[in-house]
Design a protein around this ligand. Structure first.
Ligand code: ARG
Ligand code: ASP
Length: 719
């Protein structure tokens, strides 16, 4: 009895920990949260946030570029998102003469706004529960494969039937790990143009050094605009298109935030896993992430060493560094957070209580062995996940090897291949080569290659190694000898050789390409992955999804009985969500207390002309020195740059509007604090905080820094 009370107590304390700040709520179901939101300070109704009959805030929130969020801020379709979300487009439009990454860009009229072919903004029009239809005929007794097949067919059927009745694009998404399904009607805007961006030393201030970290001073915003046909239809780019007239746009608040203020974030969180059993969290935080962190750290060390020596290399590897470094830094935070917060132990206590609860009633039979099943299946999964991690973080990090893959089709050309086809392959390979060599520095690649191959050999058993690696062990003096030979013999490590190959390509050369050691290495690694690893990963992850679906259902029943007031939110799945929490600093460790906001003074304190991430332009310094902040200054007289609050966000929420109690725009969400990155697995309100750029800093840069007042004029500003 004592034991039972104890474990119930632990469960209760886990549950009680779950405060309002946790949760990513489906906007359509927000009625359930309305009272709590209003008690926390919200002045509006949830109907103002999401309505299908009237215009509401949801009509001003879009999925930007498939991976971020954007919000509409004028009645002419003007869109805010993060600088790091617009980054690829800023880069796309940049040339040596017009280097928008370095200098920023401000369209001075509609005609100067730059088309971005392929960029979309997706707006949710409505969603409906289609669970019954998706699960029609799906009995509990059938196998997992049959189940998946039936669901797939049902989804296709529902979409087909509905497509006849609507112009909107449809998607059906699983929620609560397949216990619920929603059909979502989307309007997909296909003409989205680039309107403005600050220079990188504002939009990316602090760079990778400050990434994931508070205090933060990044002006992480860029500006786009949605265009539609003169009839108002979402169509591809055309010169005749006109700025979009949205049903709603966000008013912008100049009031700023104070500790304790209510805020909410409206956007597209990508993926979370809050309902895993302890064994899964343990594997993630203590087995998989440490490997990725270790390997990426070693690669980044090599990048850093060369980047510091040569400014050209610094630029060449900036984007690669940012990409590898983002996950690397985040996962370190996750590991530390899970350990400090005793995340695995808390999950374990829950697993135990859950199993005990299952034991009390026959109707809960499906849950009785669940935790044991998870333990067995995850144990089986581990070596395959490790192998996948090693492959992607080692062999596939050798740039010349992945680049060689672009030549696989040319390697298969025969004398019967039609000349047009060959020409197209050559043209495509030329394009790839141009992009590749622009940012390729062979000394880095050589060093990375030797390091990662050695790591793979040292850490993976022989039967989990591609044949190539076993060959290296058996036939070469050491890894370095293999790497030296690889680079001496491959034609893919030199732009000159690749161009020569493409200039002189004939069918008779295909064999030579096929024998190139870099391409041989790539194919060897991929054959191993596709033949020996992926089928097992697919099989086991299928079993895990099935167990997780049942576990999710069980957790919902468990809480409904044990803790009926607790509301359960579905894991993030790239669907539109609302999360809410209060502005506030926190204490990340003993004796340290973070304030909830940063200012321009902090930018000046960080300024260092010698460090790329901390360069400040003369213009910004001048505005700082003359304190020319206009109406964008805080009432304390300073220029606020960023702030933190307790909103439960994740990747994909970047660019999301953060709104005040009246639903006015306060800023743009762009990151989380490092101490709380574990929030994708376990949320703890004391350390999990989202970071936003203060909209007053955004307007200050647009207005005072860039003089793009025409943009300010079209916004609705609440002073
Ligand atoms: N950490 C943020 C996110 O996960 C921002 C990443 C972009 N910024 C950077 N310095 N790499 O996406
Ligand atoms: N920086 C992330 C993004 O790009 C947001 C986050 O993970 O908090 O979506």
């Amino acid at each position: 009895m004592k034991k039972l009370l104890l474990s119930l107590f632990i469960v209760m304390s886990v549950v009680m920990n779950v405060r309002a700040d946790e949760g990513m709520w489906i906007p359509m179901l927000l009625q359930n949260n309305e009272q709590e939101m209003q008690e926390m300070g919200m002045n509006i109704t949830v109907e103002d946030i999401y309505s299908i009959n009237n215009s509401s805030m949801k009509d001003a929130v879009v999925l930007f570029g498939g991976g971020c969020t954007g919000e509409i801020v004028s009645n002419q379709g003007l869109l805010f998102t993060n600088h790091h979300c617009g980054f690829d487009w800023i880069q796309y439009h940049s040339t040596v003469e017009h280097d928008y990454l370095t200098d920023g860009f401000w369209a001075m009229g509609f005609e100067e706004e730059l088309p971005c072919p392929g960029l979309t903004a997706v707006m949710l029009k409505k969603m409906e529960d289609v669970t019954d239809r998706v699960l029609e005929g799906v009995e509990n007794s059938i196998s997992a494969e049959e189940r998946a097949e039936m669901i797939k067919n049902n989804i296709a059927k529902i979409k087909e039937e509905t497509a006849a009745t609507t112009d909107y694009e449809l998607e059906i998404k699983a929620f609560y790990h397949g216990n619920q399904y929603y059909m979502i009607y989307n309007e997909v805007f296909k003409d989205v143009r680039m309107v403005g961006t600050p220079p990188s030393n504002i939009g990316k201030f602090g760079g990778d050094t400050d990434n994931w970290v508070w205090p933060r001073h990044t002006g992480d915003f860029s500006i786009f605009r949605i265009y539609v046909s003169p009839e108002g239809k979402a169509v591809e780019y055309s010169e005749d298109n006109v700025p979009y007239k949205p049903a709603y746009h966000f008013p912008i608040s100049l009031k700023g935030v104070e500790e304790g203020d209510f805020t909410f974030v409206f956007g597209y969180p990508a993926r979370t896993n809050e309902y895993l059993p302890s064994v899964a969290v343990d594997q993630e935080a203590n087995v998989i992430y440490p490997v990725s962190v270790d390997l990426r750290g070693k690669i980044l060390d090599i990048y850093n060493k060369h980047q510091e020596k040569d400014p050209k290399v610094r630029i060449q590897y900036a984007s690669k560094h940012a990409h590898l470094g983002n996950g690397w830094k985040k996962w370190m935070g996750v590991i530390e957070g899970i350990n400090n917060f005793k995340g695995v132990e808390k999950k374990y206590a829950f697993d135990k209580a859950f199993t005990k609860w299952a034991n009390y009633s026959r109707s809960r039979g499906a849950y009785l062995e669940l935790i044991k099943d998870f333990e067995r299946v995850y144990a089986e999964y581990e070596p395959y996940r490790l192998a996948t991690t090693y492959l992607s973080e080692t062999a596939l990090q050798i740039e010349v090897v992945t680049f060689a893959a672009n030549f696989n089709k040319l390697a298969q050309v025969t004398k019967d291949t039609p000349q047009e086809e060959i020409d197209a392959l050559i043209a495509a390979a030329r394009e790839e080569a141009k992009v590749f060599f622009k940012d390729y520095y062979q000394p880095i690649d050589r060093e990375v290659a030797a390091m990662v191959l050695q790591e793979y050999i040292d850490n993976q058993p022989a039967d989990f190694r591609p044949e190539l690696l076993n060959t290296i062990v058996e036939k070469y003096a050491d890894v370095q000898a293999y790497v030296d030979e690889l680079f001496a013999k491959t034609m893919f490590a030199s732009e000159e050789n690749v161009n020569k190959l493409l200039d002189e390509f004939k069918a008779s050369k295909a064999k030579k390409i096929a024998k190139d050691p870099a391409l041989v290495a790539y194919n060897n690694v991929m054959d191993f992955y596709l033949g020996n690893v992926r089928p097992k990963v697919a099989e086991i992850s299928g079993q895990i999804s099935e167990l997780q679906r049942i576990f999710m259902r069980g957790q919902m029943e468990f809480h409904a009985e044990q803790n009926p007031d607790k509301m359960m939110y579905p894991d993030a799945n790239f669907s539109l969500r609302v999360t809410y929490g209060k502005v506030g600093g926190f204490s990340p460790r003993d004796a340290v207390r973070y304030k909830h906001y940063t200012t321009l003074d902090g930018i000046m304190q960080k300024e260092n002309p010698a460090i790329y991430d901390y360069v400040v332009t003369d213009r910004l310094r001048e505005l700082y020195e003359t304190k020319d902040y206009g109406r964008y200054a805080d009432k304390d007289g300073s220029m606020h740059v960023a702030f933190i609050a307790g909103n439960h966000t994740t990747g994909g929420n970047s660019g999301s509007p953060i709104l005040n109690a009246d639903g006015h725009l306060l800023g743009l969400n762009f990151d989380r604090t490092w101490e709380g990155t574990m929030s994708d697995l376990i949320y703890d309100p004391s350390i999990c905080k989202n970071i936003s750029v203060d909209v007053r800093y955004v307007l200050f840069i647009i207005d005072k820094y860039a003089g793009a007042t025409r943009l300010i004029d079209e916004m609705t500003i609440v002073e």
